[in-house]
Design a protein around this ligand. Structure first.
Ligand code: SF4
Length: 645
């Protein structure tokens, strides 16, 4: 992998590397990247999806390499971490007293107001202790609402040259440090903002390494997703009221009320056409925001407090105006050429009720990535799961890279395949895994069970799960496709098994995973975050059970719109969207089983469609190559043997 990364740097061709858990992939890209940075005096950007990996790079891998490579490189390499401006405390906002006004509900809830006040006081005290102003270093953390009182977005920042505190600003210091570093570690969101939104937030760089690249498209989609709520319109109007004629601000406030009424009446879900009354309400919001923007007065007022208030108002008004424009334009093109999908959110039913919002997200981000990421920088993408159905094609397509037209498999270990159809040149490489999947793991496909139903888990699934858990002596990670199913299984099995069962939501996920790891008999049931976030080596995890193939829900607005868009262009929407989504999650979920070279165990998939349906072959080819069987007795006997050892 290190040689392939060095070659990509030399040739400028992009590289996708699948490298299983435990291969040391971060060292394999950091070493050639550091050599490049030092030799060329350039900065290399390394982007991750999770804070856990960011911490691993900055706290463990890079400090080790700093020492080890100092001699061969001729000097000590340097590194820095850089996050979005919102992650750093803004001293100007704290000093200027420009905190957000509480929204209407909070205004009438003295408990909320005083809790917020206490958090902001804590943040004020923290200022004198912190050297970085980085939110992640504040332990315990504060709510998003409190953090918003002391931070600004890039759009809200006055700019270092104008800001009275510019020289002491935490975000500016972090940027300056990043500008001097050989390696800058950041996250996919900031990478997306830098590449897509025209704000230059990262230092000049010629090489980007995207680790956890399986998450890139989702993170980029989030950055490119807009949201409009009546609360956001009201907040912008209140901010505007400090710097424009009250009459203009009141007009925007009224427009927000009109929009709220329309949203209340709108059923949740995807919008295939814009209802006229909603279009009317949005146009009123758009025009009222524009009028406020026009009434903001001179761009650089002499008074700094006015400048800060103006900037905060302008940023919120811009956001409201631009999102209303984007929502109104989303329906201009025909089905095959649509760029955006619009939906009204539904209350999840979990936690406190959330007022409805109108969201707008891009149908695809591949075109953007191709132009703004691959078109500008040599890019190395890596993850433990990049091949689906045995090739890199699905991932490549989602990134905007040309798929392998010959359809050659890139699954063979250590082989590299050059991709040369039109579009950016790239190479796929699967460096394999240190685990011997066929010897260490069994894939059990319960083909005799009924297909999953709509009304919760069928009784036969619960029986099967109970027998498998009993044979394994606990040690079970249950990965469910919905919280409802996880809870149903927990309740049913707590009643018939002596084994301790933890369910996601009983406590913080981190704590539940720790309890699960500490006690071999304990089982842990849960949903999506467990599919990707559990790393428990050793005998505490010997059985991973998946209840159903994790297709996106049929009412998922983005997935269903993406599926339709592929079909409108004559493609197979189900395979390229729903099955690909399921394959990626399945590969990650089943990858929870083997985390250390002497781990052994069983992955059980209860949904029989993985063995019987036509798309089953594609899904199975996306999983590690475990020894596969549908014989329940063989599996239970293997689990009993493991438990006895
Ligand atoms: S430069 Fe921007 S982020 Fe920094 S203190 Fe000033 S306004 Fe806040």
């Amino acid at each position: 992998m290190a040689e392939a990364v060095a070659r990509a740097i030399r040739t400028g061709d992009h590289l996708a590397v699948q490298a299983g858990t435990g291969t040391g992939k971060s060292l394999a890209y950091l070493v050639p990247a550091l050599r490049h940075a030092v030799e060329r005096e350039a900065t290399v950007v390394v982007s991750t999806a999770t804070i856990a990996l960011q911490r691993q790079l900055v706290d463990r891998d890079l400090p080790r390499l700093e020492k080890t490579l100092a001699k061969p490189l001729g000097r000590k390499p340097t590194f820095a971490i850089l996050k979005g401006r919102r992650n750093y405390l803004c001293l100007n906002k704290l000093d200027s007293g420009m905190q957000d006004e509480p929204d209407d509900e909070a205004l009438f809830d003295p408990f909320q107001v005083s809790a917020l006040g206490r958090e902001v006081t804590r943040l004020r005290e923290w200022v004198s202790d912190t050297e970085t102003g980085d939110r992640d270093e504040l332990v315990p953390g504060v709510t998003d609402h409190a953090w918003r009182q002391v931070s600004v977005t890039a759009r809200e920042c006055l700019g270092a040259s104008r800001c009275p505190i510019g020289t002491d600003c935490f975000a500016e210091k972090a940027r300056a440090e990043a500008g001097r570093a050989d390696i800058v570690v950041t996250n996919h969101a900031l990478l997306a903002i830098d590449a897509l939104q025209g704000f230059q937030v990262l230092p000049e760089h010629d090489l980007v390494i995207v680790d956890e690249a399986h998450d890139l498209v989702d993170r980029v989609t989030s950055v490119a997703t807009g949201e409009l709520t009546s609360a956001a319109v009201s907040a912008a109007a209140r901010r505007a009221g400090r710097v424009v004629d009250q009459e203009l601000a009141d007009r925007l406030l009224e427009a927000g009320d009109g929009f709220a009424l329309m949203l209340e009446d709108l059923p949740s879900g995807r919008l295939d056409a814009m209802p006229e009354p909603l279009a009317g309400a949005l146009a009123v919001v758009r025009d009222a925001a524009y009028t406020c923007l026009s009434g903001l007065g001179p761009e650089r007022p002499a008074d700094l407090d006015v400048a800060t208030a103006r900037k905060l108002a302008q940023s919120q008004l811009d956001e409201v105006h631009d999102t209303a424009v984007r929502l109104l334009r989303a329906f201009d093109a025909d089905e095959a050429h649509k760029r955006d999908v619009v939906w009204r959110t539904a209350d999840s039913g979990l936690g406190p009720p959330r007022p409805p919002a109108l969201k707008v997200a891009p149908l695809a981000v591949g075109g953007l990535l191709r132009e703004r990421l691959f078109g500008q920088h040599t890019t190395v993408l890596t993850s433990a799961t990049l091949t689906l159905g045995g090739t890199f094609d699905s991932m490549a397509r989602s990134w905007g890279l040309p798929a392998d037209r010959e359809g050659a498999s890139t699954k063979a270990e250590g082989t590299a395949t050059d991709k040369a159809p039109d579009g950016p040149k790239w190479t796929g490489l699967d460096v394999g895994s240190p685990f011997d999947h066929r010897r260490s793991g069994i894939l059990y496909l319960a083909r005799h069970l009924p297909p999953p139903g709509r009304d919760g888990l069928p009784p036969a699934y619960l029986d099967e799960l109970a027998e498998l858990m009993a044979a394994a002596g606990g040690r079970t990670l249950g990965l469910f496709s919905s919280m409802r199913a996880a809870k149903q299984a927990t309740e049913a099995l707590r009643g018939r098994s002596e084994l301790p069962i933890l369910c996601q939501g009983d406590d913080s996920t981190g704590l539940l995973v720790r309890k699960f790891a500490e006690d071999e008999a304990t089982c842990l049931f849960g949903t999506l975050s467990l599919w990707q976030g559990v790393d428990v080596p050793g005998p505490s995890l010997s059985l991973v059970v998946v209840d159903r193939i994790p297709f996106p829900r049929p009412d998922d607005p983005l997935a269903s719109a993406r599926q339709r868009a592929v079909e409108a262009r004559g493609g197979n929407g189900f395979l390229s969207v729903a099955a690909t989504h399921a394959a990626l999650l399945l590969a990650q979920g089943t990858g929870r089983l083997l985390r250390a070279t002497d781990d052994k165990g069983v992955v059980a998939i209860l949904d029989p469609r993985i063995a019987t349906a036509r798309y089953g072959g594609f899904l199975r080819a996306s999983l590690p190559e475990y020894w596969t069987t549908s014989d329940a007795e063989v599996v239970r006997a293997a689990l009993r043997r493991l438990a006895a050892n």
